[in-house]
Write a protein that binds this ligand. Structure first.
Ligand SMILES: NC(=O)c1ccc[n+]([C@@H]2O[C@H](COP(=O)([O-])OP(=O)(O)OC[C@H]3O[C@@H](n4cnc5c(N)ncnc54)[C@H](O)[C@@H]3O)[C@@H](O)[C@H]2O)c1
Ligand SMILES: [Zn+2]
Length: 243
């Protein structure tokens, strides 16, 4: 059945995306593979403890993700969001849990990567140097560069157990929005899984899109079961720059 979102000129949209929006681009989600990410246990590759214990394995994992990410292309869901931004301008804000860069490659600009970015590295000692673009696929740990302070670089990724980036800005954008659209996230990673509750408290309409209901499905005003690449272009089709 066709699903279309109707908005008024007063509406502002906050969109949260998860691994599911990149699934049709060929990037694996966690839940599709029993809680493994590309065959690895999260505890082995995506926690501060893993980084302490075995930085070589962590860098190998994120180097593989970089190589895989370079080969992927934005799908119709990423493109639908970029097209929507051209219509709504600053009335649309996209927050992604994804570390791939498919949203920006589709053309999204008002975009925040709350869990970091695959294509960046930063100081492993958090000395204050800013993260920088780094698409290098490191062959082994000896190839990994050093920060100006001497510490080894680490991937610019928020490991499980670390605080997501720019939470103040996210809270402010959710507070300003009147509609929240959540796409392709299982509702099991916090604090992102709570955003729908924050939006509901502020009186927003909340819509989820994905092939199956997320864990926090009951918090949504509406759940649309379907693939992001098929649902989003249709969902936004009635929205124009004067909507
Ligand atoms: N592409 C990436 O950057 C990537 C990939 C895997 C994991 N991660 C990281 O792991 C965490 C995973 O949590 P999560 O909740 O985002 O993902 P998740 O793996 O826990 O859940 C993926 C969700 O996407 C849904 N889905 C599958 N195919 C879909 C489709 N075609 N359209 C719409 N939805 C679809 C599934 O039903 C599931 O609910 C994130 O924090 C993220 O940083 C990132
Ligand atoms: Zn440093």
């Amino acid at each position: 059945m066709t699903q279309t979102l109707f908005i008024s000129p007063h509406d502002r949209l906050f969109v949260l995306t998860g691994a599911g929006i990149s699934a049709e681009s060929g990037l694996p989600t966690f839940r599709a593979s029993d809680g493994l990410w590309a065959g690895h246990r999260i505890e082995d590759v995506c926690t501060p403890e893993a980084w302490e214990r075995n930085p070589a394995l962590v860098w190998q994992f994120y180097s593989e993700r970089r190589a895989q990410g370079e080969l992927a292309h934005p799908n119709p869901a990423h493109i639908a969001l970029a097209v929507l931004e051209r219509k709504l301008g600053e009335r649309l804000f996209v927050c992604t849990q994804n570390v791939d860069d498919l949203h920006e490659r589709a053309g999204s600009i008002r975009l925040l990567h709350m869990h970091g970015e695959l294509a960046k590295s930063r100081c492993g000692a958090e000395c204050g140097e800013r993260p920088f673009t780094d698409r290098t696929v490191y062959k082994d740990l000896s190839a990994v560069g050093r920060c100006v302070c001497g510490a080894m670089l680490r991937p610019h990724i928020v490991f499980f157990g670390e605080i997501p980036l720019e939470m103040d800005r996210i809270q402010a954008e959710i507070a300003k929005a009147t509609v929240m659209v959540v796409v392709g996230t299982s509702g099991s990673v916090y604090p992102a899984a709570n955003f729908v509750q924050w939006a509901r408290k502020g009186g927003s309409r909340t819509i989820y899109i994905g092939p199956e209901p997320p864990l926090n499905a009951t918090a949504f005003t509406q759940v649309i079961e379907g693939k992001a690449g098929e649902v989003l272009p249709e969902l936004f089709s009635s929205i124009s720059s004067s909507s």
